[in-house]
Design a protein. Structure first.
Length: 182
């Protein structure tokens, strides 16, 4: 019998987890000097959907890595535990080009994936992606919000960036806090 070893994957969320901001809010702030773009963004969201709105926001804001506040405690955690995994992926509902820029900058991820025009990479879409890409891996997930609960419920280890609110919602899970944020 030829049994293939299942990969172990560490999946890391971006917004309010690896970074201390949400990329949608970051993009919206970059549009502040161009109010007419908000109207176009609204209609893009209304008629084309959230994935196209995220793309529009990326294309119409200036992305500067130096302005991104990183969660250094989490970066340190990932570096300390990287030998425990076959693959480390940055996986986010943010537009994939933001995710790729950040992953390329940090050089601690084997791959990255985010929202594109066809798929909003949130909640169970992340699990579906991981299972398809890595052939049903054993995965640990690092996240920070109630939206991550369905992912955590399917992960081997529940790894949490705690902003002081999430732990009351995940008391039914055996979780580990890997970073605390204010």
């Amino acid at each position: 019998m030829n049994s293939k070893k299942r990969l172990t994957v560490l999946a890391v969320d971006l917004d309010h987890t690896l970074i201390d901001i949400d990329m949608i809010h970051y993009g919206l702030k970059k549009l502040v000097n161009k109010p007419y773009l908000y109207l176009i963004l609204f209609f893009t969201f209304l008629f084309k959907g959230k994935t196209y709105a995220k793309k529009y926001l990326y294309e119409n804001s200036i992305f500067e890595i130096k302005n991104i506040p990183f969660n250094n405690a989490l970066i340190e955690y990932i570096n300390e535990h990287k030998d425990n995994y076959d693959h480390i992926i940055l996986i986010s509902g943010s537009y994939y080009k933001y995710v790729q820029h950040i992953a390329d900058h940090l050089k601690i991820f084997d791959s990255s994936v985010g929202t594109n025009n066809k798929l909003n990479m949130i909640s169970l879409n992340k699990v579906i992606y991981l299972n398809k890409k890595f052939n049903n891996p054993i995965f640990d997930y690092i996240g920070d919000s109630k939206k991550d609960i369905p992912i955590w419920e399917l992960s081997r280890n529940v790894l949490v960036v705690d902003h002081g609110k999430i732990t009351k919602y995940i008391s039914h899970l055996n979780y580990k806090t890997v970073s605390k944020r204010s």
